[in-house]
Structures are given as structure tokens and as C-alpha cells.
Design a protein around this ligand. Sequence first.
Ligand code: ADP
Ligand code: MG
Length: 258
Amino acid sequence: MSYLQIRNVWKTYDDNVILEKLNFTIEKGEFCTLIGPSGCGKSTFLRMLLGKESPTRGTILLEGEPLSNEPGSDRGVVFQKYTLFPHLRALENVMLGLEMEHSAFLGKAFGSARRRIKEEAMEMIKAVGLEQSAHKYPSELSGGMQQRLSIAQALVKKPKILLLDEPFGALDPGSRSDMQELVHGLWQTYGLTAFMVTHDVKEAFELGTRLLVFDKVRNDPHSPNAYGATVVNDIKLDKNKRKNKGEGHVDHDETIIA
Ligand SMILES: Nc1ncnc2c1ncn2[C@@H]1O[C@H](COP(=O)(O)OP(=O)(O)O)[C@@H](O)[C@H]1O
Ligand SMILES: [Mg+2]
């Protein structure tokens, strides 16, 4: 049985068909990169995987079970737009997710629970190479560092599936390349199944083990919303071809601590 099964999934908003006839399966540990024209429904697809939206038709099964409507802690998400709290330091931003889990009401843990949460968060801060900036506020961090922090926030809950929606779109080429290395390393270290939307075709080929191309195959000029996009190309990529600067090492002297 495949890890994730997408079975005849359609998504419409009112009369607009956004996605149609999605049919594919994903194995555990795959790194799927998603490309396609703007507005074709890539983010909508990720939101369905996250459980924030349900398919209008069809089903998504995770390990044979229908995806719950509630976004679960088994799925972590990173958007291009950062979801950091400006009034919390880097470490506190990462701790918050775990604290909410611990006490949904107070959003705060005390005593030994808090110490453990702090340790786990610090481990994640180190894993994304932000050890020296743990006590800084988001506004004191560069765009690349803020994105590292968002990734730490997503991964601290130990999700099995990591969803990345154009995560590096706003970064300069240097930081982008560092982030690609980082995400690739984390994917390996934590044995994640990853989905990443990107505009960058080169990035899609280099980072993915599988490339899903979304587009509309059917088009009615008189009724532009009658048909949705689907996966028009599903390309298995050679894993060994991808750049990999070695297990555990992100770049320079930063080391992933698992
Ligand atoms: N909540 C919503 N209600 C209505 N239309 C939506 C909603 N979310 C997305 N859409 C529409 O669905 C289409 C696909 O959007 P999106 O998934 O963001 O595309 P992509 O990420 O590929 O750029 C767009 O036309 C967008 O306007
Ligand atoms: Mg999008």
C-alpha cells in the first residue's frame, strides 16, 4: 500500500474548477517538487494535503486512512511568507508550537515540561544553523535566517510530511542555495516525505526525487473556469544525480544535529 494515495481528487470553488482528476500515489520518503503556472492550484493542493481544505470530490488517504480535516502534527508547513511572532525571540518562536501542544489553553508549559520543550526547540534551532541567533527577535534576522526559523518551527513537532510553498521565493541566490542544502539535509536526516512548490525549474529538478508538473490540459476559451489543472507530467528523478554535500553538513561549518 502506498503511503499517500490521491484518488480522483477534484477541487472547485463555486463554479470554478481549480483541480481535476488528480490520481497518483506517493511513497514514504519521496521529495516531490511541484511546478506549474501561477494560479493553477498548487497551493490549493498543498492545503488539501495539510487538511486545511477538503477535496470537492475524491479522497486522499494517508497510510490507508482518509486525511483528517484537522491539520495534524504529522504535517508541518512552511510558506514563503513567514509565520513568525515578532514579539518572541527565535527560540521562543520554536518553543511555542510545542507549548501549544502541551497546553492548548495557556500556550505555556512550566517546570520540567518547559525544560524539555526548550531542549527540543534548541536542538531544532541548531539543526537549522541558528544557534548563535537563538535569542534574537525575528526583525533582527535576515530573510534567509527567518526562513530557517520557520523551518525549525515546522520541524520541531516532528512531522512526517513537510509541505513547502515557494519557501525560498523571496531569498537572494546565495541564501537560496544554502536553504536548498539545508532542506535537503533535513529531509534526509528526519526521513521526511516532502512536497515543495517552486517557480524555479532548476531547483525542482535538483531537489526532487519526483517532479509533478501541474497545468490545464483542457481549455474552453468561452468558459475559462470549466476545467481545472491536473498533473500533466510526473517525472521520476535520479536521486544520485542530485547535489549532496555529504550527510549532516549543510554548508560551511554548520552541522545538522539530529
Ligand atoms: N479560498 C478560495 N476561494 C476561492 N478561490 C480560491 C481560494 N483559494 C484559491 N482560489 C483560487 O484558486 C486558484 C488556484 O489558486 P492557488 O492554489 O493559490 O494557485 P497556485 O498556488 O498554483 O498559484 C486561483 O484562481 C485562486 O484565485
Ligand atoms: Mg501558490
